[in-house]
Design a protein around this ligand. Structure first.
Ligand SMILES: Nc1ncnc2c1ncn2[C@@H]1O[C@H](COP(=O)(O)OP(=O)(O)O)[C@@H](O)[C@H]1O
Ligand SMILES: [Mg+2]
Length: 375
């Protein structure tokens, strides 16, 4: 975390720093529910897909909504996002079914599920570890997490401890009941593995998953590999939650240096609405506080749109604002469009223009690349 920054320099109000840091492997996007985490994580993933070889976005939020955001059904396995060649998405089931943990037979999974009631969190830890094992074996350049709301977010960092507890529980079970269990299972006449053998297998499994989680957690604490992007809205509760989140991240030694403030209403767009004018004043108060509190963060403001941000095209357009500070279109540039308030039409026009610009840029770059390859 030793970054030498000119004290006078204001940090760029964009997420360009995340795109530029090509060593990043794990990018978390988190904050309270409803502030726009999914929208922001999807937008960021869309932008990353433009500069990294392959990107996977994983939702660990019980309220899955990658499918809603991209308007495409995803599952617990990565699938290619429509309209992309290198962006994949998957939604992890937050209520794990341990009988599905790979390497354990159904019966054992069930047994583990039973003992898990006596070790709080072990089921979640196991299923997270299983996902991470799977993800690590895949070859994505970077992985974006659309995380569960604050509070649950960092529980995963305690998973090695949870698994440690699970291991000692299993060992003590084995010591006290091992012989008896094999007797019982013989009595049940299943002809399956004896109780002791079963516990041994599970010990091995939990041990292996614990190693995965430990390895992953040490990567999470490496700021070359991992960063956490906080998403919030300019309101009191959200400011408060963000501060808590940032403190928690620091405690767990996880790098965070970007705050995305979503749903910002820009004064240019108030028009004659008294309600909007009041909202702008309220938001401004909290924006000022964000700027005061987080001088050493990149603070990125995203505009509140009139419509939801859904579908790949809407996300692509919206994602532009992560890189270019949003400028509410000034009235005089509206060439007779006459919308001094900058309503949704001018906004859509502006987005279209930006999309067009990016498309042209991509075409130019592709032509350059082709020429470079040819020469
Ligand atoms: N800046 C915005 N302007 C308009 N709608 C937005 C904006 N950001 C998010 N939304 C919409 O708000 C809803 C909640 O956003 P979402 O990203 O799913 O929040 P979260 O994941 O934090 O619960 C979605 O329908 C989304 O399209
Ligand atoms: Mg969400």
């Amino acid at each position: 975390m030793t970054e030498f920054v000119d004290a006078d320099a204001v940090l760029e109000p964009t997420l360009q720093n995340v795109l530029d840091q090509t060593t990043l492997k794990w990018i978390f996007v988190g904050g309270k529910g409803g502030v726009g985490k999914t929208t922001c994580s999807c937008s960021l993933a869309v932008q990353l897909a433009g500069v990294r070889e392959s990107v996977l976005i994983i939702s660990t939020d019980p309220a899955h909504n990658l499918s809603d955001a991209f308007r495409q059904k995803f599952s617990k396995h990565p699938s290619l996002v429509n309209g992309f060649t290198n962006l994949y998405a998957m939604e992890v089931d937050p209520t794990p079914d341990l009988s599905e943990v790979e390497g354990l037979e159904g019966e054992q999974g069930g047994f583990l599920a039973d003992i898990s009631t006596s070790i709080p969190g072990i089921d979640e830890a196991m299923s997270f570890a299983e996902v991470m094992k799977q993800v690590q074996s895949m070859d994505y350049s970077c992985i974006v997490f659309d995380t569960a709301p604050t509070g649950h977010t960092l529980r995963l960092l305690q998973f090695p401890t949870t698994l440690e507890k699970g291991l000692s529980k299993l060992i003590s079970l084995k010591d006290s009941f091992g012989g008896m269990l094999s007797g019982v299972s013989r009595m049940m006449g299943a002809g399956g593995p004896g109780g002791e053998h079963m516990i041994d297998q599970m010990l091995g499994k939990v041990e292996q998953l614990k190693r995965v989680v430990e390895e992953v957690n040490s990567q999470f604490k490496n700021d070359e590999l991992t960063t956490f992007v906080c998403v919030c809205i300019p309101e009191f509760l959200s400011l408060y939650e963000t501060e808590r989140l940032i403190q928690e991240l620091a405690k767990f030694e996880i790098d965070s240096r970007n705050i995305v403030i979503n749903q910002v209403i820009f004064p240019e767009e108030v028009g004659s609405s008294r309600l909007l004018a009041a909202r702008v004043r309220m938001q401004q108060k909290y924006l000022d506080q964000f700027y005061d509190l987080y001088e050493d963060f990149h603070i990125v403001c995203l505009p509140l749109l009139e419509e939801e941000v859904r579908g790949p095209e809407a996300l692509r357009a919206f994602s532009q604002h992560l890189l270019q500070p949003y400028q509410a279109p000034p009235a005089q540039q509206q060439d007779g469009a006459g919308s001094a308030g900058g309503g949704s039409n001018s906004l859509v026009e502006e987005m279209r223009r930006q999309v067009e610009e990016q498309r042209n840029r991509i075409q130019e770059l592709e032509a350059e690349l082709k020429a470079a390859k040819g020469s």
